[in-house]
Design a binder for this molecule. Sequence first.
Ligand SMILES: *[C@@H]1O[C@H](CO)[C@@H](O)[C@H](O)[C@H]1NC(C)=O
Ligand SMILES: *[C@@H]1O[C@H](CO)[C@@H](O)[C@H](O)[C@H]1NC(C)=O
Ligand SMILES: [Zn+2]
Length: 307
Amino acid sequence: MPKEAVGVFSILILMATGILASGGSHHWAYSGEDDPAHWYNFYDLCSGNKQSPIDIVPSTAKPQNFLPIHLGNYDTIGKSLTLINNGHTVLLSLPKNYADYRMPFVRDGGLTNQFVFAQVHFHWGAEGVRGSEHTVNNKHYAAELHFVHFNKKYGSLGNATSHPDGLAVLGVFVETSKEDNPAFDPITSVLDHVVHEGHEWELNETLSLRDLLPESLSKFYRYMGSLTTPGCQEIVVWTVFADPITASESQLAEFRQLLSEDGELLVNNYRPPQPLMGRTVHVRSSSTKMAASLVAFLLPIVAVLAL
Ligand SMILES: *[C@@H]1O[C@H](CO)[C@@H](O)[C@H](O)[C@H]1NC(C)=O
Ligand SMILES: *[C@@H]1O[C@H](CO)[C@@H](O)[C@H](O)[C@H]1NC(C)=O
Ligand SMILES: [Zn+2]
């Protein structure tokens, strides 16, 4: 190889490895110079046209006859979960080597495959008037939970992130209530053990993931979007439940004591809604309404047939 060619070649290799190495490592935050408005400077996918979260406008959502969401193993977590402060959020993950047959999963509800649970994490505000990532008619909820699942056919979360149908995330809104929500107690009671980035704590109470979902899962919004943190890969089929769960102000206050990787209070860790860019948001109509409209549709046909 001529000398110049070798030079260009090694520069290309250096660039490629540099890009890969910096791919997951540039500092990002929810405020200051590296806030969401600047993520695309270092993570170019963040300026894509299928980004999340979005503002959901129920009056323009397109009704679709999805099957109900089916959750497997969601209320039978056999071992304690680990709570982790990663400097951007606090997440709950399953113990390593958790038995395959006990892995929580989601399918149906219009999903193309079975998706396996990887972790659930939280987004919250400094006050109850903000904190959720998705909004409804521009209204924020106090917090939002994300149950992250990977497509079973890709075998692992890491492998799934390079495929457009890699992830299915269930989003759950949290609205403030006067009463504590007992489902949060196993988490909120130990958050003071994970105040700092990198700290982990094993829950010593078993916790049912099902209790952190709304009682009714029948109505949800569905659209194609992205991770809401860098690198913002557009690989997520989103399910956002219409019904919220609740948490009291004192339970939310436990989240607001955590510290970010910058050593500041970890609050308002949500990305603002991104442009819809022509995407369709579907809504699963509640089954009773579906049945009613089916009857309304069939009755005249039956009447005609009867003539
Ligand atoms: C992830 O992908 C690699 C390369 O294709 C494969 O060897 C590995 O088995 C996959 N991991 C899982 C858990 O399926
Ligand atoms: C959980 O840990 C606390 C404090 O270490 C202890 O008092 C309590 O008995 C433990 N609960 C269970 C179910 O092990
Ligand atoms: Zn999230």
